[in-house]
Ligand binder design. Structure first.
Ligand code: AMP
Length: 216
């Protein structure tokens, strides 16, 4: 079974949903840098305050801040059995730092799962996305409705729309994806780590395909 996995793809490709499904079936730690920043924003920390000024506009949080946060997280004991990185790396300096770091801690990246999706579908998914404030479970106002409107099926928490899930910030996020993150596909292809999946097949089928690949 593959451990120490990177999930890549544009915003809305389904990284978070897939990570949550894989996390429980493969018993890996799910590390989402976006979730970590949002926790800090919720907790009112200095890191949260700094991150918010970038996130709300759709910009990337500076590399060194993000790398330091990830480094501390990877050093935690629960990462020893393997981890799923969701939303990191997003830039070349982050990918290079991760390569150094993962070697240092003797947990090299074993595979990069890339989710392909077209822009039209990404925009449709993100503009209708709702997230549980308590547990982070994802919903969609048309395709993944909760049983009771505005209420999380799993924990009963309130659903909300992320501040950066608006048209303006999304455009900036998609631009950052093309300019800063997409070039990493070549970086990992050259290392023989890249595996592509089409996220248009839907979340259950995508989960089936990816988990079959990771456990073979
Ligand atoms: P996500 O939840 O992965 O969509 O991330 C939400 C936002 O957090 C992104 O649009 C960025 O502003 C910020 N962020 C998350 N991960 C990173 C990263 N690796 N590098 C820089 N900024 C990040």
């Amino acid at each position: 079974m593959k451990k120490n996995i990177i999930l890549m793809g544009p915003p809305g490709a389904g990284k978070g949903t897939l990570a949550k499904q894989l996390k429980s079936s493969l018993n890996l730690v799910h590390i989402s840098t976006g979730d970590m920043f949002r926790e800090n924003i919720k907790g009112g920390t200095a890191l949260g305050l700094l991150a918010k000024s970038y996130i709300d506009k759709g910009d990337l949080v500076p590399d060194q801040v993000t790398i330091d946060m990830l480094k501390a997280r990877l050093a935690e004991k629960d990462c020893e059995n393997g981890f799923l990185l969701d939303g990191f790396p997003r830039t070349l300096p982050q990918a290079e730092a991760l390569e150094r770091l993962s070697k240092e801690i003797n947990r090299p990246i074993e595979v990069v799962v890339n989710l392909d999706c077209n822009n039209e579908e990404l925009i449709r998914r993100i503009s209708g996305r709702r997230v549980c404030k308590n547990c982070g479970a994802p919903y969609h106002i048309v395709t993944m409705k909760p049983k009771v409107e505005g209420v999380c099926d799993l924990c009963g928490g309130p659903l909300y729309q992320r501040a950066d899930d608006n048209e303006e910030a999304l455009k900036v996020r998609l631009d950052h994806y093309v300019t800063d993150t997409k070039p990493l596909l070549d970086f990992y292809k050259q290392r023989g780590l890249l595996e592509n999946f089409n996220s248009l097949v839907g979340s259950q089928e995508l989960f089936n395909q990816v988990s079959k690949f990771l456990t073979k």
